[in-house]
Structures are given as structure tokens and as C-alpha cells.
Design a protein around this ligand. Sequence first.
Ligand SMILES: [Zn+2]
Length: 146
Amino acid sequence: MELFHKLGDKAREIGGKARDIGENIGEKAKGVGGKALEITKRSGELIEITKLKYEISRLEKEMENNLSGLGLLVYQKYRGTEGQDEEIERLCKSTVKLEEDIKAAEAEIAKLSPKPPFCPDCKVELPQGGKFCSYCGKEILKDEEV
Ligand SMILES: [Zn+2]
């Protein structure tokens, strides 16, 4: 019985502490929440850009597959295999479409990130006011319309 009471008290004590901590965290969370709202828009854009970049690398991979497939088909045709034209046509069309999709995604990224500037060559993000790309060394022209 005695032990039970002690445990009960201990449990209440811990419960009280937990409540205090909970309220404390709640207050802190409110403060963080305000800041989070401020940066939510910006990080939303960053997430969108990350998604688009991921999509571009996926499309590029698909394009590579198409092109190596095309290479094989053209070679087979050259070696006398017949009936490859239809597949070649299909892969060419698919590759053109992929190219367009990549361009569209890149344009979307450019729209989402007008600043900071990006290197027109390697798309690396550049510090404000930089004259040369820190990655490939290309000279960055001021106010260049891309
Ligand atoms: Zn560059």
C-alpha cells in the first residue's frame, strides 16, 4: 500500500513536469510558427525547384535511354535488319517530347528563382554580384536576358 502511494505521488510529479515542459514547448512552437510562416513560401519554392530538378534528371536519363536505343536501331538498320523505321520514328518523337519537357521544367525553375543568378552554362547558383561562375568559370554578363 505504502509503495503504491509513493508511486502515485511520483507519477503525479512526473505528470506535472511533463505538463510544464509541454506548455514550454507550446510557447516555443508558437514563436517558431511565426518564423516558419515567413519562410514557408520561400521553402515551398525551393521544394518545387528540387522537384523540378529531380524531374529533369529523370527526363534526361530517359532521353539517354532513347538515344542509345536509337543508336542500336540505326545500326541494325545499317546492317540490314528491316522494319526498324517505325521504332526509330517513335523514339525520335519521344525524344523530342522529352527535350521539350526538360526545357519547360528549366523555364519553370528560372521563373521560381529569378534571384540569385544562375550560370547560363552549368546552372550553378551564383552569389550576388559575381562576375564569373565559381563552378565553370564562365563570365556572367550583367542583366543578361535569358
Ligand atoms: Zn557555370
